[in-house]
Design a protein around this ligand. Structure first.
Ligand code: HEM
Ligand code: SF4
Length: 575
């Protein structure tokens, strides 16, 4: 560690010559399937994580073998929009170089797992050939920009997608390191001196940065979970007049460290489309300069805003952008979920939303979904959109093709009559690939839901929309603290249960019970389901009910997330 107390990652970034490090050399080292520790931090900025198959760890340790190293690659897909050709190419790459499956993520992109070091360049070249890349899909930079993908409100949606793309392009790192290292591009003579990162500088941002664009009434992008957000404000004709700007949302926290907490974003003001890019850049540069570079657990924008106050932050953003923000305009969100099945656009074309359980695209017994999606992509001349809920929209389907598309999707189980709980479920990847996972998530949530569905059916609640999300650790990749039922891994087979979040994504949940195993989760929820069936008011959602009926206390925007936890009755004296 050097003389000041910046975190180790700050030195790695600074010494990396704009994200080059020793990646090029590391790729040619044939002795190991891994790369150096410092390069493991840098490779994230190129959209990759070094992982190992944790299922294989015991056996490989026994045989004194190196861990089964492989890389996860995350593609950059602003707004989640792909052409059918891009879909087909990613599917091919997954089968040629990855573990054969594709993973749709909660932030509207595709992850490919299991790519060994010696196939990385071929993989990235194949991705480049379809005009996609993985630049800044991970790392301390602006990540994939999300956008409401439902094109049925066509004009507002087009404006939102344009903004998402413009913000994404504007905040892309300028370094040519990606092209040099992965695509065999020429290194620009003089290297470091030639590069300028006008927005980021040499050390990029203190931490990851996430931006979304929402089109009310849908909050499918979960705007309050993100560092920066734009909410489309529409006039009577459905045209966008400008954007409310949100700042300071984030999910990640650490068990047992109450200084870390999820936080919902604040609405900071309103700007016109013309000023939106300047505002986005100013928010990013204020965070670049004010964010905490000593403690990575305190380095997200949410803590900067808590520490400095929203008014001070807003004034600095306005000063740097050179434009004042107007007071925020009224808006209403109604849900965070997807609308499955067909919606018809203003132009007569149809959009088919398909349920992909936990975003995993694969062929399993009785559900050849990967094959079916390949068939659809071959027949399709519209686009394919990844939703923020790990699902897919086959968008812009001409009327004459709709019946056949529906038949194929139905046969593969992507339009099955799922329960209201399963329709609204998400899980992060967790085991076996994620090195941070404390418990299963993607592989376990389907079974837990089967048990919960039985309880819900017993109370006549099968059709009710209830949002459930699970993650294997408190980092919160599937945004569990914004789910009406949130489950967060604590250790093998053990989960913390969170309740009381709002259905429209505007309020966080609160810890209800710790360290529950499967039977404990079902037992904890059963009396609340029963009460909900008997006592709920007309249209009342499960998260709101859990608070009104006194099961759990209400959380504000996050600093109070760890206050008044536990089943409410036991805290009655403290209230
Ligand atoms: C400090 C916090 C976090 C860390 C260190 C972290 C790290 C990781 C890692 C290592 C993976 C790869 C897992 C795999 O594919 O095997 C992952 C997946 C992912 N993370 Fe995070 N993550 C954090 C927080 C978040 C948050 C708050 C979000 C979203 C709001 C998010 C979004 C995602 C997404 C979309 C994926 C892909 C899989 C999925 O859809 O769940 N991450 N994260
Ligand atoms: S929430 Fe934790 S376990 Fe799940 S993918 Fe994110 S980092 Fe891994």
């Amino acid at each position: 560690m050097a003389d000041d107390d910046r975190s180790r990652n700050e030195y790695i970034k600074e010494a990396s010559a704009y994200l080059r490090g020793t990646l090029a050399e590391g790729l040619t080292d044939e002795i190991s399937g891994a790369i150096s520790e410092d390069d493991q931090q840098l490779v994230k900025f190129h959209g990759m994580y070094l992982q190992d198959d944790r299922d294989l760890r015991p056996e490989r340790t026994r045989k004194k073998m190196e861990k089964a190293f492989a890389f996860m690659i995350r593609v950059r897909i602003p707004g989640g929009v792909l052409t059918p050709q891009q879909w087909l190419a990613l599917d091919q790459v997954a089968r040629d170089y990855g573990n054969g499956t594709m993973r749709l993520t909660t932030r509207q992109t595709v992850q490919l797992h299991g790519i060994i070091k010696f196939n990385l360049k071929s993989t990235l070249k194949a991705i480049d050939a379809i005009l996609l890349n993985t630049i800044a899909a991970c790392g301390d930079v602006n990540r994939n920009v999300m956008c409401n993908p439902n094109p049925f409100q066509s004009r507002a949606h087009a404006a939102a997608q344009d903004l998402a793309k413009a913000v994404s392009d504007h905040l892309l790192p300028a370094t040519p390191a990606y092209r040099e290292i992965w695509l065999d591009g020429e290194r620009i003579a003089g290297g470091e001196e030639e590069v300028e990162e006008p927005i980021y500088g040499k050390t990029y941002l203190p931490r990851k940065f996430k931006i979304v664009v929402a089109v009310p009434p849908s909050n499918d992008v979960d705007i309050f979970a993100h560092d920066l957000g734009f909410i489309a404000i529409l006039d009577d004709k459905g045209d966008v007049t400008g954007w409310n700007v949100t700042v300071g949302g984030g999910m990640g926290m650490t068990h047992g460290e109450p200084d870390t907490y999820p936080r919902t974003a604040d609405v900071m003001g309103f700007c016109t489309t013309r000023d939106a890019l300047a505002i986005a850049e100013a928010v990013v540069t204020v965070q670049r300069d004010w964010g905490d570079r000593k403690n990575r657990k305190h380095a997200r924008l949410k803590y900067t805003i808590e520490d400095r106050g929203l008014d001070v932050f807003r004034a600095e953003v306005e000063r740097r952008a050179g434009v004042p923000l107007a007071p925020a305009k009224p808006f209403t969100f109604t849900s965070t979920g997807d609308r499955y099945g067909w919606t018809q656009g203003d132009d007569g074309r149809g959009h088919l939303t398909l349920f992909i359980q936990n975003g995993r695209v694969h062929d399993i017994d009785g559900a050849a979904q990967q094959t079916a999606l390949r068939t659809l992509a071959h027949m399709h001349d519209g686009d394919i959109r990844i939703t923020p809920n790990q699902n897919l929209i086959i968008a812009n389907v001409a009327t004459e093709k709709q019946a056949e598309f529906e038949r194929i999707a139905r046969e593969a189980g992507m339009l099955a009559p799922w329960s209201g709980l399963r329709r609204n479920s998400m899980a992060c990847v967790a085991l076996p690939t994620c090195g941070l996972a404390l418990a299963e998530s993607e592989r376990y949530l389907p079974d837990l839901m089967t048990a919960l569905d039985a309880r819900l059916a017993a109370h006549g609640l099968s059709a009710d929309d209830i949002v459930i999300r699970m993650t294997g650790c408190p980092n919160g990749c599937a945004r569990p603290y914004l789910a009406e039922i949130g489950l967060v891994g604590k250790g093998p087979g053990r989960y913390n249960l969170y309740l009381g979040a709002a259905f429209d994504g505007s309020r966080l949940s609160k810890l209800f019970a710790e360290d529950l195993q499967h039977d404990g989760i079902v037992a904890a929820l059963e009396p609340i389901f029963s009460a909900y069936a008997a006592e709920r008011q007309n249209g009342e959602h499960f998260g709101d009910f859990a608070i009104r009926a006194g099961f759990i206390a209400k959380t504000g925007n996050g600093a109070d997330f760890h206050a008044n936890v536990g089943p409410r009755a036991s805290h009655a004296a403290a209230e």
